[in-house]
Design a protein around this ligand. Structure first.
Ligand code: GAR
Length: 217
């Protein structure tokens, strides 16, 4: 089996990155995670990645005067490493339309809400303020518009009446760690593809990325 050379991009603690690396430790996992790249030198996820024996690299966005310069350096690092698939995992930088277009259909992201609800930041506060009974997380192909690309998979969790943002975030994060490896696997093995702006699935493959948590979970 051909494993697709993959990079994970982070900005912080990297718990989703760790979930992806754990899944990819299985030789039958279709993505070969060769590189973890951070835009922040102090990201704690970098140490975690090194613990998995994966190559790490920092491209500090503060060394660039504009987004285009940073994105060009990022693109070069990915190309040099032979990367074919990119997974954003808590990567908190907006990418330029040019960069996202170059990686169309080959770059995915995880966001901690049921998109298209609650884009951007302070996502859990947005969900609590709206009074929704369900929230969750979404893995999607990255498009130039933030948090708007074709949806690959979602996991739903209940919102409890006494939730605060931290409790809701933790309940969603546990599902992120299940959903993201499943979604990356489908993209890497070609069972989920971006076609005409929508995700096309091989027969039955959507089931692996359509998850619900227990009401008490
Ligand atoms: C995750 O909850 C991820 O969904 C979110 O940041 C967190 C990163 O945690 N991403 C976004 O909000 C992107 N818009 P992690 O570093 O432990 O994976």
């Amino acid at each position: 089996m051909r494993r697709i050379p993959t990079a994970v991009l982070i900005s912080g603690r990297g718990s989703n990155m760790a979930a992806l690396l754990e899944a990819a430790a299985d030789p039958s996992f279709p993505a070969d995670i060769r590189l973890v790249l951070s835009n922040r030198p102090g990201a704690s996820g970098l140490e975690r990645a090194a613990g998995f024996g994966v190559a790490t690299q920092v491209i500090d966005h503060r060394s660039f005067s504009d987004r285009a310069g940073f994105d060009a350096a990022l693109d070069q690092a990915l190309t040099t490493a032979g990367i074919q698939l990119v997974a954003l995992a808590g990567f908190m930088r907006l990418l330029t339309p040019d960069f996202t277009r170059r990686w169309t259909g080959r770059m995915i992201n995880i966001h901690p809400s049921l998109l298209p609800a609650f884009k951007g930041v302070h996502v859990h506060q947005q969900a609590l303020a709206a009074g929704v009974r369900l929230s969750g997380c979404t893995v999607h192909f990255v498009s130039p518009e933030m948090d708007s690309g074709a949806i690959i998979g979602q996991a739903a969790v209940p919102v409890h009446p006494d939730d605060n943002a931290d409790r809701l975030a933790a309940r969603i994060l546990a599902m992120e760690h299940l959903l993201y490896p499943a979604a990356l696997a489908l993209v890497a093995n070609g069972q989920a593809r971006l076609i005409d702006g929508r995700t096309a699935f091989a027969a039955g493959a959507w089931r692996a990325v359509t998850l619900t948590a227990d009401l008490d979970g």
